[in-house]
Write a protein that binds this ligand. Sequence first.
Ligand code: AMP
Length: 219
Amino acid sequence: MNLLFIGPPGSGKGTQSKRLREKFGLAHLSTGDMFREAIANQTEVGLKAKAFMDRGEYVPDSVVIDLIRVRLKEKDCANGFILDGFPRTEPQAVALEHLLSDMHKNLDHTLFFDVKTEMLVQRLSSRRTCRNCNRVISFEQIQTDAGKELCKKNVGTPCDFYQRSDDDADVVKKRIEVYQKQTAPIIDFYKNKTGFLKLDAALPEEQVFEAIDLALREK
Ligand code: AMP
């Protein structure tokens, strides 16, 4: 099963991807996570991406497309994958069509995570991410049981939460602006394809997960 998740930053694509990855054994292809890892490892791709990300802008299409081209060919994608945060521009959508067709693959479902801007700003500014396993929770949840759950990567230690530099309020506004301008228009391209589903991503995480689970089981 090959899935595409599209929606604004803070709409819950990453959170739901992680849950579905575990439930269905799918590979989770988050271009944002790939860039953050590349930056942490100070690779050439990381160095190219950093300045764009810090400003809340998109990384150039050629860099993103090259990254996905290589990643889609990796072994774990053979059982199915979730594209989370790619494509984000029209040239990326066109490139994906070619990549999939060359590999004789299709997208089974495209899920559009629909949320109003005001909620996104609030969600992103209170978002905290674990440096090691990328788990995401809200600032308010850190002192609760959810905040005390152990890290999935650094086994036996608590998660090490931090605020992503691009979750800063000014950068968040820029990211939403860039999304409206460059990504929102490509939703029309996917709307008419089979397997398109618009989700009310303002609902609590559990309800969004149930809606996705139901949609995937109906096919
Ligand atoms: P995310 O974690 O998906 O919100 O992505 C964080 C940042 O990484 C974005 O604001 C962009 O700067 C960059 N990025 C991730 N995916 C893409 C993409 N498909 N195209 C361009 N830039 C991207």
